[in-house]
Write a protein that binds this ligand. Structure first.
Ligand SMILES: *[C@@H]1O[C@H](CO)[C@@H](O)[C@H](O)[C@H]1NC(C)=O
Ligand SMILES: *[C@@H]1O[C@H](CO)[C@@H](O)[C@H](O)[C@H]1NC(C)=O
Ligand SMILES: *[C@@H]1O[C@H](CO)[C@@H](O)[C@H](O)[C@H]1NC(C)=O
Ligand SMILES: *[C@@H]1O[C@H](CO)[C@@H](O)[C@H](O)[C@H]1NC(C)=O
Ligand SMILES: *[C@@H]1O[C@H](CO)[C@@H](O)[C@H](O)[C@H]1NC(C)=O
Ligand SMILES: *[C@@H]1O[C@H](CO)[C@@H](O)[C@H](O)[C@H]1NC(C)=O
Length: 406
C-alpha cells in the first residue's frame, strides 16, 4: 500500500547548559535534557542516512512506498534531547524528544505509561498518522492543555495519543517544532476537513503567550561527564539570551523543513558552492554532498573505519586540521578542528576505540533541496533560531563555539 502520509523526520533536540544563566527573566524557556546512551554500537551513520532518505522522499514526493524504508529505529543516536512537558488538567508528565524535523506533538510511545484523559481532554474522531521514514506512530488526536512551563501554557493543543508506534524507545513521544507545513496530511479527519495541525509554537503565538513565533535552540557540546549542562528551548523573544553572543545572522527558510542555503569551505578552499539543505536537531553528524565530502576527507587524510562507519584521522592529522567553514547568509560559521571530531570520551558509545579520533562528518547523495544536513555537531557550536513569523533561520556564536571538549 502506498502511504498517503507525509513523511517526516525525527529530530532530536538538545539540551544543554548549566553554567549558563537562565536566558530570560521570564520562564519562556524550558530545559532540554541530554541523554547519553552508554550502550555501544549505535549506528549513527545509518540512522542519519535513514533520516536523510525521509527528508529526500518528502522533497521529491509526499507519497512514498514503505518498501523504500530501511528498518533502522528512528532514534538510534548515542545522544538524544528530551523535554519534560505536562498534559491535561492533572499535569501528567511526559518526556518528549524535541524535534525540528517534524511538527506533530504526541504522547503514548511507552505502552506502560499511557495518557490518562482529564477534565481538559477533548477526544476527536480524527486519526493521526506520522511516518518518520524509519518509524511511525498512529493513534487518535485529542485537544488538551499542554504545559511547557509555568509561563508556557497552551490551551486546546492538538496532540496525538499513540495506539501503536515503531522506532521510539526510551521516550514518551515527540515535541514537534518544525514548520506547520510538515503536519499536512497527518490527520485522517472523518469530520473536519483538517489539513494541518497547529503546532505547539503556532498555538503559543495564536494564544498570545509569545509575541513572535520564534524558537531558539541552545545545545552544549557533549563531554561525557556525568553532570552535563542542560540545553534550552526558548519560545518567543530570543534576543538578549545569554545563550549566544554577538549578532544573529538570519537566512530565509527554504523548503518545507527548516531548510537553508549555505556554502562550505575547508580552510581557504570552497568545497561546496551555495546549495540548499536542512538544519536538523535529530541528526547527530554533519552530512555533506559526496564530492564535497571527498574533497574534505582527501585533504584531512581520513581513513574509513568499518566499525563506526566514520573516518579516522591520526593525532598528527588532527593537529593539521583547518577550519571547516559553513557560510550562511553572508556570515562564516567555522567549525574548529575540535568541533569537527566525535567527542573522544564517547568513542566507545559508537563502537569506536578509546583514544582514536573520528571525523563527525558523513557523505550523502545530493538531491535537489537536500544537499546537506547540519546536525547536532554543528548546532552544539552555534545557537539556532527557527523563526516562523519571518520564515527564516538564524545562527549566532555561543560560549561553546570554540570549546575544546571533544
Ligand atoms: C541504548 O541504545 C541501544 C542501541 O541502540 C538500545 O538498544 C537501548 O535500548 C538504548 N537504551 C536506552 C536506555 O536508551
Ligand atoms: C499544573 O501546572 C500548572 C503550571 O505549572 C499549575 O498552574 C497548575 O496548578 C498545575 N495543576 C495541577 C493540578 O497540579
Ligand atoms: C480547539 O482548536 C481547534 C482547532 O485547532 C478548534 O477547531 C476547536 O474549536 C478549539 N476548541 C476550543 C474549545 O477552543
Ligand atoms: C515506561 O513506563 C513505565 C511506567 O511508568 C516505566 O517504569 C518505564 O521505565 C518506562 N519505559 C521507558 C523505556 O521509558
Ligand atoms: C578523494 O579520494 C577518492 C578515493 O581516493 C577519489 O575517488 C575521489 O575522487 C577524491 N575526491 C576528490 C575531490 O579529490
Ligand atoms: C574562535 O576562534 C577563532 C580563531 O580560530 C576566532 O577568530 C573567533 O573569534 C573565536 N570565536 C569565539 C566565539 O571565541
Amino acid at each position: 500500500m502506498i502511504c498517503p502520509f507525509v513523511v517526516l523526520s525525527l529530530l532530536v533536540f538538545g539540551v544543554a547548559a548549566a553554567p549558563l544563566a537562565p536566558s530570560q527573566s521570564s520562564s519562556l524557556s524550558i530545559p532540554i535534557q541530554k541523554h547519553v546512551n552508554v550502550t555501544g554500537g549505535h549506528n549513527l551513520v545509518n540512522a542519519g542516512h535513514s533520516r536523510a532518505r525521509s527528508f529526500r522522499d518528502r522533497t521529491v514526493s509526499k507519497h512514498i512506498s514503505s518498501t523504500k524504508r530501511q528498518e533502522v529505529p528512528v532514534v538510534n543516536e548515542a545522544i538524544t534531547y528530551i523535554a519534560e512537558i505536562a498534559v491535561g488538567a492533572d499535569n501528567q508528565t511526559f518526556h518528549l524528544l524535541v524535534d525540528t524535523g517534524s511538527s506533530n506533538t504526541w504522547v503514548g510511545a511507552n505502552a506502560s505509561y499511557t495518557y490518562v484523559p482529564s477534565s481538559s481532554s477533548v477526544w476527536t474522531d480524527d486519526i493521526v498518522i506520522v511516518d518518520y521514514g524509519s518509524g511511525y506512530f498512529f493513534g487518535y488526536e485529542y485537544y488538551d492543555t499542554v504545559t511547557l512551563s509555568n509561563d508556557l501554557v497552551i490551551k486546546n493543543q492538538s496532540i496525538g495519543v499513540a495506539d501503536f508506534q515503531q522506532g521510539f524507545t526510551s521516550m514518551d513521544g515527540v515535541l514537534g517544532i518544525g514548520p506547520v507545513d510538515l503536519t499536512d496530511g497527518t490527520i485522517l479527519g472523518s469530520l473536519a476537513p483538517v489539513t494541518t495541525v497547529p503546532t505547539v509554537s503556532d498555538n503559543l503565538f495564536n494564544q498570545g503567550v509569545i509575541s513572535t513565533e520564534v524558537i531558539g535552540v541552545s545545545f552544549v557540546p557533549t563531554t561525557g561527564a556525568a553532570n552535563e549542562p542542560d540545553g534550552e528551548l526558548i519560545f518567543g523573544a530570543v534576543e538578549g539570551s545569554s545563550r549566544y553572543t554577538g549578532q544573529i545572522t538570519y537566512t530565509p527558510r527554504e523548503t518545507d523543513y527548516w531548510g537553508i542555503a549555505q556554502s562550505i569551505s575547508y580552510g581557504d578552499t570552497e568545497i561546496m558552492s551555495i546549495a540548499i539543505g536542512v538544519v536538523d536537531t535529530g541528526t547527530t553528524l554533519n552530512y555533506m554532498p559526496t564530492d564535497t565530502f571527498n574533497a574534505y576527507i582527501n585533504t584531512t587524510g581520513g581513513i574509513y573505519d568499518e566499525v563506526t562507519g566514520l573516518y579516522e584521522i591520526t593525532e598528527e592529522q588532527y593537529n593539521a586540521l583547518d577550519d571547516l567553514i559553513f557560510t550562511i547568509g553572508g556570515t562564516d560559521f567555522p567549525l574548529t578542528p575540535n568541533a569537527q571530531i566525535w567527542p573522544r570520551d564517547l568513542n566507545e558509545n559508537i563502537g569506536g576505540e578509546a583514544g582514536k579520533i573520528y571525523l563527525a562528518a558523513v557523505a550523502t547523495e545530493p538531491v535537489e533541496n537536500l544537499n546537506f544536513i547540519n546536525g547536532y555537531v554543528f548546532l552544539e557550536r552555534y545557537f539556532s533560531i527557527f523563526d516562523n513569523s519571518n520564515s527564516r533561520v538564524g545562527f549566532a556564536v555561543t560560549p561553546y563555539t570554540n570549546a575544546t571538549t571533544n
